[in-house]
Design a protein around this ligand. Structure first.
Ligand code: CAA
Length: 380
């Protein structure tokens, strides 16, 4: 496996880095305080075509590499992890559901092409109040009625929910069969009976909008069914494998962002007559963190490469997700400590990064679920 980035990948990385510094850094603190999503910036980045990176050209994408997309999530998350997850859910979970599905090409194109340029935003409706880690515990039901389906139920913790033009709704067409009776549909914003519920007030990733979604007698054309009855659960699981690589990239981005702020601070901040980086105890702490960041990076790029090369990636994705997000939590917690009193203040960003890091250990499968996935493969 070769981890030398191609010229294209380096260009994507640079594009995302410049965009993050120019367009996301100004106002990131205010957006965090007000829980405001930078929709204009999201659309502006979309115009570069970057959201189309992992999709095939047949459906309107760029046919680029998965690693390029992952590098972009990482760069954006260094500065604004809320933006990073909005992009990742839009691409890996909404887009991934459709790309991984057996839907006809015309349907794939219809629901993906507007995503690739940021004209439309997607969301992923799997989790319910009774179905978190146990994703099979769904209660949302779809009943066939002529050439459409009527969906009833509720989803929660939908990232991008309040903004989404399209949401993939996973639901049961045969509740008696449990996970084997699950299907999936694309439901469009404005469909009668499909409403945004409570918008969450969160600890971190505060400018990513997360809400409940309610479905009351929502009539959806049968052609919007992207997973046939019985195929929905496997589609969700396969899609989450890709999503977890996205969250790993978000975690690694947060870790690298906080690390860099800390490194610079330590070279400038003087105590006891010298910069604090000259205190060996503190410098050694940074050496340890940098090593952990680089180890996490290897796992992340390996997982993305496995996906890209068509190799099995369930376990590499779980390992990358668990490792990168644990590193994000550790690095941001240490960053707050290393910056001392300043670290606790909002001006230096690291307290926000620490709050943002926490959710990465929880969503798209808690890190305990990742251990379940990894150990499950060990003892089959
Ligand atoms: N790919 C394809 N198929 C898979 C699969 C995968 N990765 N994992 C499991 N399957 C298949 C199995 O092969 C099995 O198929 P058969 O019935 O034909 O044998 C079927 O799915 C059921 O598998 P399990 O018995 O292993 O299923 P389970 O009910 O025990 O659940 C689990 C397994 C791993 C715990 C799963 O429920 C899970 O991943 N839970 C976590 C849910 C999650 O990640 N939620 C995230 C929500 S989205 C989010 O957070 C977005 C956001 O806002 C940022």
């Amino acid at each position: 496996m070769n981890f030398t980035l191609t010229q294209d990948q380096q260009q994507i990385q640079q594009l995302a880095r410049t965009f993050a510094e120019k367009e996301l850094l100004p106002g990131v603190r205010e957006r965090d305080e007000k829980s405001e999503f930078p929709l204009e910036a999201f659309r502006k980045l979309g115009k570069t075509g970057i959201y189309g990176l992992p999709y095939s050209t047949e459906v309107g994408g760029l046919g680029g590499s998965y690693l390029s997309y992952i590098l972009a999530v990482e760069e954006l998350s260094k500065v604004d992890a809320s933006f990073g997850i909005a992009f990742s859910v839009d691409t890996s979970l909404y887009g991934g559901s459709i790309m991984n599905s057996s839907a006809p090409e015309a349907i794939k194109k219809k629901f993906l092409a507007p995503i690739t340029y940021g004209e439309k935003i997607g969301s992923f409706g799997l989790t319910e109040h009774t179905a978190g880690s146990d994703a099979g515990g769904q209660r949302t039901v779809a009943v066939k009625d002529g050439d459409s389906y009527i969906i009833n139920g509720s989803k929660c913790f939908n990232t991008n929910g309040p903004l989404a033009d399209y949401t993939v709704i996973y639901c049961l067409t045969d509740p008696a069969l449990g996970t084997k009776g699950m299907a999936a549909f694309v439901v469009e914003k404005g469909t009668p009976g499909f409403t945004v519920g409570k918008v969450e007030n969160k600890m971190g990733i505060r400018s990513a909008l997360v809400s409940d979604m309610h479905l009351e007698n929502v009539r959806v054309p049968a052609e919007n069914m992207i997973a046939q009855p019985g195929e929905g659960f496997k589609l969700a699981m396969k899609t989450l494998d890709g999503g977890r690589i996205g969250v790993a990239a978000q975690g690694l981005g947060i870790a690298k962002g906080a690390f860099e702020i800390t490194r610079k601070y330590m070279m400038e901040r003087e105590q006891f007559g010298k910069p604090i980086c000259k205190q060996q105890y503190l410098a050694f702490k940074m050496a340890e963190l940098q090593t952990k960041i680089q180890a996490a990076e290897l796992l992340l790029y390996k997982a993305a490469t496995c996906k890209e090369e068509g190799q099995p990636y369930t376990v590499p994705a779980a390992m990358a997700k668990m490792t990168c997000t644990n590193v994000a939590m550790e690095v941001t917690t240490e960053a707050v400590q290393l910056l001392g009193g300043n670290g606790y203040m909002k001006d230096y960003h690291v307290e926000r990064m620490m709050r943002d890091a926490k959710i990465t250990q929880i969503y798209e499968g808690t890190n305990e679920i990742q251990k379940l996935v990894i150990s499950g493969q060990l003892f089959r």
